[in-house]
Design a protein around this ligand. Sequence first.
Ligand code: AMP
Length: 283
Amino acid sequence: MTRVLRTRAELRAALAAAPRPIGLVPTMGWLHDGHRSLIRRARADNPTVVVTIFVNPRQFHRPDDFSRYPRSQDRDVAICADEEVDLVWAPPVDEVYVPGFDTTVTVGAIAGPLEGAARPGHFDGVATVVAILFGLVGAEHAYFGQKDAQQVMVIRRMARDLALPTEVVACPTVREPDGLALSSRNVHLSPAERAAAPVLERALRAARDRWATGERSGDALRASMSAILSAEPLAAPEYVSVADAVTLAELERVDRPALLSLAVRIGSTRLIDNELLDGPAGT
Ligand code: AMP
């Protein structure tokens, strides 16, 4: 039986009796198969699974992005029930940010480039809400998608630095058959935009293919992504990156594990995607 809880007190009371370990899956709702894959991994690893549904105002850089973020709690709770989630915590804002709330968690260098540069304040909002969720739930394991690769790195850094006892588990990106990474934001795409959106994955694949045949110039790999994107009239790239997979510093030569990543506007919808290059060429 899936129980839906609203307050911190309800959550604490339910967790006191919960078998351990606990697996936590933080989400902003409008659940899709990407979220389901995280929940399934949590379900396989833990006797208690907690899903949180909270559209976190502090991680939105633009007010219009926050207000138009899709929400449907009935649908989300039905998906959680289908996945045999034990507890859904869907709090109002003041149960997350208690009256007088005045703390911000800021992660350093790893939060600076890419999404951190494109969305000022975004990772402060993410780190702060995740620190609250880790504190409230006290889970042994928390599950995050590799789709948001820099987010996983930021949260890992925070958890290590602050000695939070929750282990961060990264799960693979779930894609549509045409390669588009699932995202709650995909619902905003018009049919023409939806048809254009797989260009992100095609750009990543083009760079991966060049890398696999021996190309080691960061500029050449960035250029191969940009070339694919510029052939799609509906795509407006924000950044294309070939970065050190540990530090996220842009690479001149790809002589170590690297993260290919990009952010692209398709119409008014901003999409991100990434792929790790971490083996020897050809693998
Ligand atoms: P969100 O609700 O968009 O904040 O996402 C909640 C969690 O689901 C985050 O850890 C995301 O990285 C993860 N997630 C979102 N989309 C996908 C996807 N296509 N595949 C795997 N995980 C995903």
